[in-house]
Design a protein around this ligand. Structure first.
Ligand code: F6R
Length: 252
């Protein structure tokens, strides 16, 4: 699995470094397969998370960290409790019973203190949001509270008992925060993401398509299935480029 290979390569390369690897993590349906694969590789002793520091993209405002609806809970359930990670080195934005502005500033400061994010994992919304940077998010934005679009609330209602229960706001890394990561790996599956992928990859850079800001980053890899790629006009070119990349990495 390509995404897991990339994460494992980073973890093993940085294992002996004093600080260890710094990983940016996402939640939602898309990275679940990646987390399952990382757990398997940990169980096979192929990787260790002992020195890894993590930063999650976002958390709903007003959802307690022990609630099954929270991203704190999601991360514990789907990755952290299955591996040898030091929980004090895991950071999911604090949004419950805290001053949100200070929490956002603290989060940015923690990323800085960790030396920045080595590899940021991203999913993408059907409206091309990354993190919870919704349409119109400033391309220079940093961690802050954002109002979720109705589309995002509808898409995430499956994790709640009703649409009314889906929070209105979330604390999210900003687009500029994400762009400061050394490398970015964006994952997407399914035809419902094809327009977002096409607009982000082949459209103009615009705040109306938040993921289009990734065009400004020198090291972004897209790991997407055929359905998510189906809207790309230059699909033949991208497939050839992928084949050449595979040949180049085999011969290096
Ligand atoms: C999650 C996040 C969001 C999701 C996006 C796609 O932490 O930041 O941007 O990646 O909403 O969600 P799924 O994967 O559920 O389609």
């Amino acid at each position: 699995m390509f995404a897991a290979d990339d994460v494992c390569e980073l973890l093993n390369r940085r294992r002996k470094d004093p600080g260890g690897a710094v990983l940016g993590l996402a939640t939602g349906g898309t990275p679940l397969g990646l987390y399952r694969e990382l757990i398997l590789r940990y169980q096979r002793n192929e990787i260790s998370f002992a020195t890894v520091e993590t930063f999650n993209l976002d958390e709903y405002v007003g959802v307690a960290p022990d609630s099954p609806k929270s991203y704190h809970y999601y991360m514990r359930e789907n990755l952290f409790q299955h591996v040898d990670i030091d929980m004090s080195l895991t950071h999911v934005p604090e949004t419950f019973d805290v001053d949100l502005k200070s929490s956002a500033e603290r989060f940015e400061h923690q990323i800085e203190q960790a030396g920045g994010i080595d590899l940021q994992i991203l999913g993408i919304g059907v409206d091309a949001h990354i993190g919870f940077n919704e349409i119109g998010s400033s391309l220079g934005s940093r961690t802050r509270v954002k109002t979720l679009t109705q589309q995002t609330r509808l898409d995430n209602a499956r994790y709640f008992d009703s649409l009314d229960e889906v929070p209105e706001t979330a604390l999210t890394m900003g687009i500029a925060t994400i762009l400061e990561s050394q490398a970015i790996l964006l994952m997407a599956t399914g035809s419902q993401k094809s327009k977002a992928i096409r607009d982000s990859v082949e459209g103009p850079i615009t705040a109306s398509v938040p993921a289009s800001a990734l065009q400004l980053h020198p090291d972004v890899t897209l790991v997407i299935d055929r359905a998510a790629a189906s809207g790309l006009v230059n699909i033949d070119y991208f497939l050839r480029a992928e084949r050449n990349r595979a040949v180049a990495s085999r011969s290096s």
